[in-house]
Design a protein around this ligand. Sequence first.
Ligand SMILES: NC(=O)c1ccc[n+]([C@@H]2O[C@H](COP(=O)([O-])OP(=O)(O)OC[C@H]3O[C@@H](n4cnc5c(N)ncnc54)[C@H](OP(=O)(O)O)[C@@H]3O)[C@@H](O)[C@H]2O)c1
Length: 429
Amino acid sequence: MTQKTWRLGVAGLGTVGSGLLQFLSERPDFAPAGGKAVITGVSARSKSRPRPVDISGYAWFDDAVQLALSPETDVFVELVGGSDGPAKAAVEAALKAGKPVVTANKALIAEHGAELAALAEAAGVPLLFEAAVMGGTPAVKMLREAMVGDDVASVAGILNGTCNYILSEMEASGRSFADVLGDAQRMGYAEADPTMDVGGFDAAHKVSILAALAFGCAPTFAAAEIEGISQIELLDIKLAKDLGYRIRLIASADRSEEGVAVRVHPSLVPLGHPLAETRGALNALFIEGRRIGRIFIQGPGAGSGPTAAAVAADIADVMTGASRPVFQAPAGKLRPFVAVAPTRRVGKAYLRLLVRDQAGVIAAVSETLAECGVSIDSFLQKPVEDAGGVPIVLTTHATAESVLTDAINRIEKLPAVLERPRLLRIARI
Ligand SMILES: NC(=O)c1ccc[n+]([C@@H]2O[C@H](COP(=O)([O-])OP(=O)(O)OC[C@H]3O[C@@H](n4cnc5c(N)ncnc54)[C@H](OP(=O)(O)O)[C@@H]3O)[C@@H](O)[C@H]2O)c1
């Protein structure tokens, strides 16, 4: 093995960037290939911002692109974030200059992964992003390396710790989504603008990357179906539990003969299932291989230390000479992404209605469902204080989503129904 010194240019000195600097200061012996990794240059927005790590020993670059292109940078480490802007410009510049890139940037890889993979492979350099999905828990390497001997049929899991924390806390404390989110923001668990997390977009970025690695298709974030958790009410959490379920934000990618379905939805998971028991900010993932069977991993999906460890693992791969395709297949041979039409989806569902407390309502709802061809699996009616009506909740047998939508549209028009019925999917995991 070469006793080479690898000079790192690190752009982004926030949670992850500072964590990486901290890691390398604590581990000066970090030499996975016998060589040495040293930081030579850094870049961030503000040179004068106080930081938890001393950066005075590194060359400062106002412009991340200049850092990527510096002759003192052998490996460019992008920890700025964002699908476009300086992160994309600097990663492109590094790859075009023939430099290996390590990034934690899920938005960049999910939205521009195929074109960046083509640049990396044309230059013959690695583009690595273990930290982009599940932070410190190694999901990317598992799919890219350990599972290539199998045909992965599906991946499904909890990929956003903020949402899982909020859902867990709503259940544990009996507080509303807005209250728990406010606390999470004050404590720094959630961003000031929580849209990426609670809107499901962050999980969709991550599962788009996992789909590309699992199925050898281009990451296609634009085709993902996305629903976040901001509409989840405490009432649904309680009713789901009475029915034997817990609500989780499930990100999934499934491959069938029709194509690939990439989805993020709040879903009901049976109590006792490992995803239902994944609490707080943890992440968890099932991978289903046709030969290997089911694999389950669970661990921290964010945080300075865990994420920096994943970045360091990618730096180690660069030092040991990683030369795999960026996704499962070379960029020019990635399968075209064929999205499964939402109307083709079939699954069990939870429907929650708020109705007037009057005779004949349940019969009217049941009749409408029967006319639409929806078969009821279970039914629950519970007086709930201050709900402004009587909530009734039912679960269905497997039904096409188009049929359910039709049923919901018709039920909403019944005179005794006070609001549009709430639909949640029951996870098929
Ligand atoms: N946080 C996590 O736990 C985690 C987990 C997995 C993946 N990631 C990913 O890791 C990346 C970094 O996340 P983070 O949490 O570390 O973000 P962060 O704390 O917000 O830090 C972002 C860093 O980028 C710098 N920056 C912003 N705009 C810049 C520009 N125009 N030019 C140069 N630098 C710029 C900022 O500079 P200043 O410091 O001067 O403002 C800051 O140092 C993102 O892609 C994120 O999705 C994060």
